[in-house]
Write a protein that binds this ligand. Structure first.
Ligand code: PTJ
Length: 297
């Protein structure tokens, strides 16, 4: 087993990766899940690895939606179980009518059971979708399998790390879809009613805090909070966050200020630096360019 030094600047990220690959070896996460994680990490770099103000607003709005819902369900796949079972369990404790359902793209009975076990040992009392008997219409993959007591009858579905096809199928089935995805350009984020552009564990922890804050509010307050963010604004503002951050970083680098992780690269290494004019070696012949001719013979 690789030892990860605590002093490593990306200690937490390396620890999460090590945990995911361990859970892949145990069969909970699929190899494709590691790729999905890498994609998420890349977008998290662009977002500054923190919850943006617009994501925080989307999280508050999502919490209000979950309170307003009659039959809300959170859908859990291998990556979600590996990364955030505790956060799922805590959220379900705060919102008692929120049901938890296993939903897998790469479904096998063993993986469904492993995901359910992971959720149960984190404190989820009831796990749906282990042996689903219903199917969502218009979806060819195994993601279409749903629990008749869960997603099939749900009015609001919280789908972290979803694929676009199912998000679309859920919407077609009349559900309100709340997605958690770091990539504001993913089909899931584009299709969802309310995309939360944030990292999964941060998003679920904030959802819990907001759900607690709104727990004893009136339905009128829930309605107002739920309507305070819409899908298009969530996407536009997330792209705006990335744009602002990139512009700020590139301006800083152009002025020779320190980059996001320490000193800026030396002027010679920077692409924007003007190349130094080299003296020709002594005795070298010089070629003069004439208009319309190439500089070199
Ligand atoms: O366990 P299974 O069989 O259901 O398979 C799960 C995966 C994740 C393999 C499957 O759903 C998949 O292939 O997902 P995609 O289509 O790769 O989409 C994953 C999305 O989640 C990408 O848009 C990533 O940017 C995003 N993502 C990855 N890690 C995180 C994340 N978003 C938020 N937080 C993360 N930690």
């Amino acid at each position: 087993m690789t030892v990860i030094p605590r002093s490593h600047p990306r200690y937490r990220s390396l620890l999460v990766r090590a945990g995911l690959s361990e859970k892949m070896q145990a069969g909970l996460v699929v190899p494709e899940g590691l790729m999905a994680h890498g994609r998420g990490e890349a977008f998290d770099y662009l977002l500054g690895e923190r919850t943006s103000p617009s994501a925080a607003r989307a999280e508050r709005s999502a919490a209000a939606r979950l309170w307003l819902a009659r039959r809300p369900v959170v859908s859990v796949n291998g990556n979600v179980a590996a990364l955030a079972s505790r956060e799922v369990a805590s959220l379900a404790k705060v919102i008692p009518h929120l049901r938890v359902e296993v939903n897998l793209f790469h479904r096998t009975p063993r993986r469904a059971e492993l995901v359910a076990q992971e959720l149960r040992s984190a404190g989820v009392r009831e796990v749906l979708g282990v042996r689903p008997t219903a199917r969502l219409r218009g979806l060819a993959s195994d993601r279409s399998w749903v629990d008749p007591e869960g997603i099939l009858r749900a009015d609001v579905v919280l789908v972290p790390l979803e694929d676009g096809d199912r998000a679309q199928a859920l919407r077609r089935a009349g559900k309100f879809v709340i997605a958690v995805d770091l990539n504001p350009l993913s089909r899931t984020a584009l299709v969802a009613d309310l995309p939360i552009i944030d990292e999964l564990t941060r998003a679920l922890s904030r959802l819990r805090v907001e759900a607690l804050r709104l727990r004893s509010a009136s339905r009128a307050v829930w309605r107002r909070e739920a309507a305070a963010m819409d899908g298009a604004s969530a996407l536009r503002e997330a792209l705006g966050t990335i744009e602002e951050r990139l512009v700020k970083l590139s301006k800083g680098l152009a002025r020779g200020r320190s980059g996001p992780y320490g000193r800026a690269p030396s002027t010679a290494a920077r692409g924007s630096a003007r190349p130094k004019r080299r003296r020709p070696p002594a005795g070298a012949r010089r070629y003069r360019s004439r208009p319309g001719t190439s500089r070199r013979p």
